[in-house]
Design a protein around this ligand. Structure first.
Ligand code: INI
Length: 181
């Protein structure tokens, strides 16, 4: 992923064209974030939730502006995310889950519908909803991505949600044909 400095000095630097990007660390204490976490494979999703908490703390989001809602499995994430999004209380939502192929014959359905549903919630409501759902071949791969050798995808999903919310906030300030105010 390229850095903010690389974006700022990119091909349109100094041309007058507004170039918009988000900065998760500029989110500030007022940003309200809803976390939705699946109980299925709960040891993994708990580690994802801890990663998300660390990211929100690093961005200065206040604990009282964070809510955590648990759902049975990854399949249930979209409906509950949608309900939270329509409350209008959140600048962004983070969905966390772990779908492991070895555990189920209907892996494709659970993983696919979860992903498609989460994207649909974001598009239908205009509220960023990040996809912090692991879809892995086996348990080891899931553990690696939940605070193990491959980092913590919950941390990344929370950062992504806040960054996207910041993009939307900044976009609202860009006047067509002019600089951001
Ligand atoms: N839910 C998950 O979050 N991860 C899984 O790996 C999983 N498996 O393996 O089946 C899973 N299934 C439950 C599913 O999310 C729903 O809760 C269930 O189908 C009822 O709607």
């Amino acid at each position: 992923m390229i850095s903010a400095a690389e974006i700022a000095s990119g091909p349109f630097a100094g041309t007058g064209a507004p170039v918009v990007w988000g900065d998760p660390r500029s989110a500030g204490p007022a940003v309200r974030i809803g976390l939705v976490c699946a109980r299925f494979n709960g040891d993994i999703t708990l580690a994802l939730l801890e990663g998300a908490r660390e990211a929100l703390e690093a961005c200065g989001v206040l604990p009282e502006n964070i809510s955590v809602t648990w759902v049975p499995g990854a399949f249930e994430l979209p409906l509950v995310a949608r309900t939270l999004a329509w409350t209008g209380r959140y600048q962004a939502l983070v969905c966390l889950g772990a779908v492991i192929r070895g555990d189920t014959g209907h892996y494709e359905f659970v993983a696919g519908e979860s992903a498609a549903g989460i994207q649909r919630v974001a598009l239908d409501t205009g509220v960023p909803v990040s996809f912090g759902v692991l879809t892995t071949e086996n348990r080891q791969q899931a553990e690696d991505r939940a605070g193990g050798a491959a980092g913590n995808k919950g941390y990344e999903a929370a950062m992504t949600a806040i960054e996207t919310a910041d993009v939307l906030r900044r976009l609202a300030e860009v006047k067509p044909g002019g600089e951001a105010e």
